[in-house]
Design a protein around this ligand. Structure first.
Ligand code: 3PG
Length: 212
C-alpha cells in the first residue's frame, strides 16, 4: 500500500511555518504576510482551542494557501482537522488509529517518527511521508540519513521538524528525501510584523538557493 505518498499535497514551498496561535486575527494576519512574501503554506497546531476556527477561517479566506493541521494527536483532533478543511495533517508521533483513519478518509497525513521501529510500523500501514521529529534533539542530519538508508527503496519522504533554524535549514533541504522542513521560527517574532516578513523572505531565499 502506498496510499499517502501520491495524495500528499504538492508543497508550494519546502518550508512549513509551524504556528502555535491562540488568536484568529493574528493567524489570519500571518497568512496574509505569508502570501505576500511568497510562502503560501502554514501549519496551525491543535495546541490551542482556537486552532480549529483559525484553520476554518484561513482555508476560506486564503484558498491559494496550503493550510494544514498540526499536533493531531487523536481521532478527535483528526475529525477537527477534517471539519475545518485542513489540506494536510501532521503529528509529533505515530498513532496507528489516526494513520488508519486518515488513510480511510483520504486525508494526506504525515505521522511523526524518530526511530526505525516507528517508521516501519507507519510504513506498514501505507505511510510514505513522515514528520521526522524532534529532528535536532535526536541527532539531526546524520541520524536522519542513517534512518533513511534501509528504507530509501520504499520511496520514503520526510518533513524534519524540531530545532530547525535559518542556519541549519539549507543542509536539511539538500537531502533528496526531505520534501519540506517545518519550524516555529517563522512565527516567533509575532506581532513584530516587519521582522516576521523579513524572516519569511529569508526562508524563501534559502529555498531558492538550495534549488539553484
Ligand atoms: C513542532 O511542533 O513541529 C515542533 O515543536 C517545532 O519545533 P521548533 O519549535 O523547534 O521549530
Amino acid at each position: 500500500m502506498d496510499s499517502l505518498k501520491p495524495s500528499f499535497p504538492d508543497l508550494k514551498s519546502r518550508i512549513i511555518p509551524v504556528l502555535v496561535l491562540d488568536d484568529v486575527t493574528t493567524g489570519l494576519k500571518m497568512c496574509e504576510l505569508l502570501c505576500q512574501n511568497g510562502l503560501p503554506v502554514a501549519e496551525f497546531t491543535f495546541r490551542t482551542p482556537e486552532a480549529a476556527e483559525l484553520i476554518t477561517e484561513a482555508v476560506e479566506r486564503f484558498p491559494e494557501m496550503l493550510i494544514g493541521a498540526g499536533t493531531v494527536l487523536n481521532l478527535t483532533d483528526l475529525e477537527r482537522a477534517l471539519n475545518a478543511g485542513a489540506k494536510f495533517g501532521v503529528a509529533p508521533g505515530f498513532n496507528p488509529q489516526v494513520v488508519q483513519t486518515a488513510i480511510a478518509r483520504n486525508f494526506p497525513f504525515a505521522p511523526g517518527v524518530c526511530t526505525p521501529s516507528d517508521l516501519e510500523q507507519a510504513a506498514g500501514l501505507g505511510c510514505r511521508v513522515f514528520k521526522f521529529f524532534p529532528a535536532e534533539a535526536v541527532g539531526g542530519i546524520p541520524f536522519l540519513q542513517a534512518i533513511i538508508a534501509p528504507y530509501r527503496h520504499l520511496g520514503v519522504q520526510f518533513v524534519p521538524t524540531g530545532g530547525l533554524t535559518p542556519e541549519n535549514a539549507k543542509e536539511y533541504l539538500k537531502i533528496p528525501e526531505v520534501i519540506s522542513i517545518g519550524g516555529t521560527w517563522l512565527g516567533k517574532d509575532i506581532p513584530d510584523w516587519e521582522k516576521v516578513a523579513r524572516a519569511i523572505r529569508q526562508a524563501v531565499e534559502a529555498v531558492e538557493e538550495v534549488q539553484e
